[in-house]
Design a protein around this ligand. Structure first.
Ligand code: G3I
Length: 328
């Protein structure tokens, strides 16, 4: 069977990638697939680079788990996507309940982002420090918008209004001038109030000379639910002069799995990939894990699942043919 990163690169994209978690790698069938660079050219840590894993107490940085993912990518010569610097979830309570004043929280955000991207600046002796290679990317800001296009309430927004976004991006750029800096969000696949808000946010950052290189489109989709304006939206985003990546693709369905649902899922994967393929500035696609065995979906959506391109037994699903056809 054709392998996905090879197909993506032959089509001119930078990579086809997947999210993963360390404990999944002890499944040998799973590990054999993820360690195959012709299948996956890029890795995202699904959890272990988040704030609760990396700065569990103020100023105490714990990078060991994240470095295991970085080491995996390095060993396999895969690109790394850092995920993420600033998000309203998976935060330690010292951040959420800290009642910091604005200057203090701003400095906490800045320190955290700098540390994630260039740990040795803080004299923390680590072998890998999530070391970005050229073309590695970071989701510096994750999910800062609501579906209606307003800014999401969070400890950051409530204390700092939108200034935390520029603070985080500037700190990230200063710490690692090589890395591609992204804002990442869901429900911005099609055109609508949220994607319009993303356009306006990027424009306003650009006007203020805040470093911003890319928009991450998560693409957690439901079977049959690819927005018809996806392609137009990719064009709208890349017209801003930033790159775009599909960062967390999966296509869930209401269980049980049927042949008809798998066929529609195949078409949905193809539709998403072919939209990215049609837009030069869409640089690559990452699935939010590749096997149904480790998908986040059943834990988050009761009665839904089977969202990934490989099933729970590491067997390739029709979705893979859709992905390959999408890159054609
Ligand atoms: O680490 C604990 C473990 O100690 C405990 O025994 C276990 C029991 O529930 O929970 C473990 O933590 C879980 C963690 O994943 C690590 O596995 C959390 O409960 C669980 O909520 C957490 O879910 C993650 C979720 O983000 C949190 O919001 C998913 O794995 C992860 O795939 C998901 O990823 C997000 C992206 O970061 C942003 N975009 C949406 C995407 C899907 O929600």
């Amino acid at each position: 069977a054709a392998q996905l990163n090879r197909v993506a690169q032959a089509a001119g994209k930078l990579y086809f990638g997947t999210a993963t978690n360390i404990e999944e790698l002890s499944d040998s069938a799973y590990a054999a697939i993820i360690n195959n660079r012709t299948e996956f050219g890029q890795i995202t840590a699904a959890n272990v680079m988040k704030w609760d894993s990396t700065e569990p107490s103020r100023g105490v940085f714990t990078f060991g788990a994240g470095d295991q993912i970085a080491a995996l990518a390095k060993k396999n010569n895969q690109l790394l996507r850092g995920h993420n610097c600033v998000w309203h979830q998976q935060l330690p309570s010292w951040v959420t309940a800290g009642h910091f004043d604005a200057p203090t929280l701003s400095s906490i955000v800045s320190t955290h982002c700098s540390a994630l991207m260039y740990v040795s600046k803080f004299q923390i002796p680590l072998e890998l420090n999530f070391h970005p290679q050229t073309k590695d990317s970071w989701d510096v800001i994750n999910e800062c918008l609501n579906d209606d296009g307003t800014f999401r309430q969070s400890v950051f927004f409530d204390t700092l209004n939108t200034s935390f976004i520029a603070t985080a991006l500037r700190a990230a750029r200063a710490a690692d001038p090589q890395a591609k800096l992204y804002i990442n969000d869901f429900n911005i696949e099609g055109q609508g109030p949220k994607s319009t808000a993303m356009v306006n946010l990027v424009k306003s950052l650009q006007a203020q000379k805040v470093p911003i290189d890319g928009i991450g489109i998560q693409a957690h989709l439901l079977v049959g639910g690819v927005p018809p304006t996806l392609l137009a939206n990719l064009k709208q985003f890349t017209a801003l002069g930033v790159e775009v990546a599909i960062t967390e693709l999966d296509v869930r369905m209401t269980l049980p799995v049927t042949a008809a649902l798998l066929a529609q899922q195949r078409r949905d994967y193809q539709t998403v990939i072919s939209a990215c393929q049609a837009v030069k500035g869409c640089i690559g696609v990452t699935v939010w894990d590749f096997s149904d065995k480790f998908s986040w979906v059943p834990g988050a959506f009761t009665g839904q699942g089977a969202a990934c391109p490989w099933d729970e037994n590491m067997v390739r699903k029709p979705a893979i043919d859709g992905i390959i056809a999408g890159f054609a």
